[in-house]
Design a protein around this ligand. Structure first.
Ligand SMILES: *[C@@H]1O[C@H](CO)[C@@H](O)[C@H](O)[C@H]1NC(C)=O
Ligand SMILES: *[C@@H]1O[C@H](CO)[C@@H](O)[C@H](O)[C@H]1NC(C)=O
Ligand SMILES: *[C@@H]1O[C@H](CO)[C@@H](O)[C@H](O)[C@H]1NC(C)=O
Ligand SMILES: *[C@@H]1O[C@H](CO)[C@@H](O)[C@H](O)[C@H]1NC(C)=O
Length: 337
């Protein structure tokens, strides 16, 4: 009898926990612990106001971070590495404008390894969507000059962008195609594509992949698209909440051109927002803004394991009142609980 009860109990709890998870082991609600500020601008002659938009991978025990540097006069890119987050803030900054990437507007980097070319790709915005390549991740001087993906802003973006900005490019490939997602700060997420064998050339066929025209702040910017196990993709898009604070919404799809189905995508059940984040000590930010999951698989498939999500994000002192480009953004880490 006792055995039967135990058996029934375990069947019931299995049923309950199955219900809380989608087929691919993705929960339908999320809880996070956040670190304090882990990476801040250096006190150097660059006079950076904010460090933003991190892209992060972990290779052979070393974390490699690419990020935007922001100040009133404009955006640029920086690279740093460390083996332990407790040393992150003392890692030297390697400013990428001293490489062939050059000076001028460059922001919102994404790093990955494109296996067919044996090259690292850094994707970023420069008014267009651009990339640089480097055969050796450990040699930050080795990045190539920017090449634009498009001859000009695609027509469908020009037609829909309104007063927004074309920002936050993200590349992900499946076996046949490579896709470039981007945002317009006007309620639209775009998807462009080229064949896997043509990448990085031939990017085109731009369509609206997701939109919210009733509230443009609900599908705002900073998208990430990850591959999760067999035939499952996770989309994150940054929104501006009703309280003015940034947060992330999430969707899933079985393929990169399919329909995106809401996962945790509301203010009360967000992917990551101040109300599902516990801070270790002071809640130094109310915005959970532009960032990336830490990837240990580093290739063009953007594959992540669902076992332990760790998300490096930008946050800002809620009392800060500078103009947007001069805000003191800092980086912190969310660990899923
Ligand atoms: C929380 O902060 C304490 C003290 O600063 C530190 O030792 C601990 O590792 C932190 N925990 C997390 C999860 O960041
Ligand atoms: C930054 O460096 C300058 C020059 O070394 C120094 O005077 C200043 O106190 C430093 N500020 C901070 C916040 O460390
Ligand atoms: C870390 O970055 C420095 C540049 O600041 C670079 O010289 C070094 O090779 C990098 N280390 C690794 C392990 O990639
Ligand atoms: C992608 O998913 C959509 C449904 O969201 C489906 O109509 C389409 O056939 C799928 N495409 C592929 C290549 O599986």
């Amino acid at each position: 009898m006792l055995t039967l009860l135990l058996l029934l109990t375990s069947i019931c709890s299995a049923a309950v926990s199955n219900d809380l998870y989608t087929r691919s082991n993705l929960p339908t609600s999320f809880e996070w612990d956040s670190s304090g500020i882990l990476i801040a601008p250096k006190n150097d002659s660059r006079d950076i106001a904010g460090i933003k938009d991190p892209s992060i991978i972990q290779v052979d025990g070393t974390y490699h971070v690419f990020a935007s540097t922001a100040k009133e006069s404009g955006y640029s890119l920086v690279y740093l590495n460390f083996t332990d987050f407790s040393d992150a803030n003392s890692a030297p900054f390697y400013y990428l404008d001293q490489t062939a990437i050059g000076t001028g507007y460059r922001a919102a980097p994404q790093i990955f390894y494109f296996e067919p070319h044996n090259l690292w790709y850094l994707i970023y915005q420069n008014g267009n969507a651009a990339y640089s390549t480097n055969p050796d991740l450990s040699n930050p001087a080795g990045w190539s000059a920017p090449t634009n993906f498009f001859a000009s802003e695609p027509d469908i973006i020009a037609d829909n962008i309104g007063n927004g900005y074309w920002v936050d490019m993200w590349v992900i490939c499946d076996a046949l195609n490579c896709y470039l997602f981007s945002s317009d700060d006007n309620g639209h997420l775009y998807r462009s594509e080229t064949t896997f064998s043509d990448f990085p050339a031939g990017m085109g066929n731009t369509v609206i992949a997701l939109s919210d025209e009733t509230d443009i702040y609900d599908v705002y910017e900073a998208s990430n698209v990850y591959h999760i196990g067999d035939s499952q993709y996770l989309l994150l898009v940054e929104a501006i909440g009703s309280d003015g604070n940034r947060y992330f919404r999430s969707w899933t799809s079985t393929n990169l051109t399919g329909t995106w189905t809401g996962l945790a995508n509301t203010e009360s059940n967000p992917f990551a927002r101040w109300n599902n984040v516990q801070f270790n000590g002071t809640a130094w930010t109310k915005s959970i803004s532009h960032g990336e999951m830490i990837r240990t698989e580093v290739d063009q498939t953007m594959t992540i394991s669902t076992e332990e999500f760790r998300y490096l994000y930008q946050g800002v002192d809620p009392a800060a009142s500078e103009d947007y480009n001069a805000l003191p953004w800092r980086l912190g880490l969310l660990v899923q609980t």
